[in-house]
Design a protein around this ligand. Structure first.
Ligand code: NDP
Length: 337
């Protein structure tokens, strides 16, 4: 298939490029600048411009931002929409998080409907954030769950609530668009929790590492030497599994019209530290000598049902040891370069 991927410079976007190319698809990715586009292309010296190219979309929040990007010759058959802000360095929750997430999602769907009639399948990166009810967890999370945050809470609580709201409202907007507009294409959403994994993307140094790998960077830099930070959200998934979920979501017909809770299960910061100590003995001194896990596996705060992702998308989730080891290796490679 010929596929448009938004957010090619992102942590997840880079793995989607890899996964699409491995699956034999031809890819056009969006980036905000020529410099980013050229740097990413530089990672694939043997792929021709028919197989991989980029188009610039400076700001996904702008009206009609994708109108030109969705046009291609040969035309696109599928779209992966991963671009959305995931960081907490904001000054205004609306303009920095909510608008790009929501307008970006509605914008790409509108542009496809208007200018790309050959597109049949669209996979959108949503999040577990669009499912979680932080004030009172259900016994078990599955794809029927929605975050019930209000617009007022989104704007006036804290930056974390604002980010979770941005993913919630963006996903809701996508399904509403689908219901109301009855477009010529089917949509699927991928809802991962915290994503770990090797950094293969456009990288601007350890200080600017993607948000979800920050705790691993902090551990190997000794920032948690005195005490491990609280784990926070206890479920995770490897970025390569999330990328594969997106690609399978456009390839497998039964995936159309479905949400997918993509998680490998539970972890804690103590478990990450254990993996680092075991596999990178030189880094032992960067971590506390002893600590206790803040996850009691017999009294988990909730449970998760990832069966749909395993049955429909045929995902087999990577274990935490492999994911953390590969992440640290990638970060050490970067730190040394
Ligand atoms: P990154 O920050 O690495 O990637 C975000 C991507 O979106 C980048 O390519 C970024 O471009 C692009 N982007 C953000 N805002 C804009 C904008 N206004 N205009 C144009 N492009 C924009 O994060 P991830 O790779 O982790 O996130 C990818 C997706 O996965 C997002 O939708 C995120 O919400 C979702 N997600 C991630 C999770 C995680 O733990 N990592 C968990 C759940 C969901 P640029 O690099 O130029 O800023």
């Amino acid at each position: 298939m010929r596929v448009l991927l938004t957010g090619g410079s992102g942590f997840l976007g880079a793995h989607c490029v890899d996964c699409l190319l491995r699956g034999g698809h031809s890819v056009v990715f969006t980036v905000r600048s020529k410099e980013k586009g050229e740097r990413i292309l530089g990672n694939y010296p043997t792929v021709s411009s028919n197989g991989l190219s980029y188009v610039i979309v400076e700001d996904i929040a702008k009206e009609d931002a994708f109108d030109t990007a969705v046009k291609s010759n040969p035309p696109f058959e599928a779209v992966l929409h991963t671009a959305s802000p995931y960081h907490f360095r904001i000054t205004d929750p609306k303009t920095d998080l909510l608008d790009p997430a929501i307008f970006g999602t509605i914008g790409i769907l509108k542009s496809i409907k208007k200018n790309a009639p050959t597109v049949k399948r669209v996979a959108i990166t949503s999040s577990f954030a669009a499912m979680v009810t932080v004030k009172a967890h259900p016994k078990i999370y599955d794809e029927s769950m929605w975050n019930n945050v209000t617009w007022d809470e989104a704007l006036h609580t804290d930056v974390y609530t604002a980010w979770r709201s941005s993913k919630t409202f963006a996903e809701k907007a996508a399904w509403e668009f689908f219901e109301k507009e009855k477009p010529n294409f089917q949509i699927s959403t991928i809802n991962p929790p915290l994503v770990f994994g090797p950094v293969v993307h456009y990288f601007n140094g350890m200080d600017n590492i993607n948000t979800s790998n920050e705790r691993i960077r902090d551990m190997i830099q000794g920032k948690m030497k005195e005490k491990l930070a609280p784990t926070g959200i206890f479920i995770w998934v490897d970025v390569r599994d999330v990328a594969l979920a997106h690609v399978r979501a456009i390839e497998i017909s039964e995936a159309a019209g479905q949400r997918f809770l993509c998680t490998a299960g539970f972890y804690s910061n103590a478990e990450i530290a254990n993996v680092i100590k075991k596999n990178f003995p030189d880094l032992k001194e960067k971590l506390p000598a002893s600590y206790e896990s803040d996850l009691d596996i017999n009294h988990k705060p909730f449970d998760v049902d990832n069966s749909r992702s395993k049955e429909v998308l045929r995902l087999k989730y990577k274990p935490i040891e492999e994911s953390i080891t590969d992440t640290v290796k990638s970060l050490l490679g970067i730190a040394m370069s």
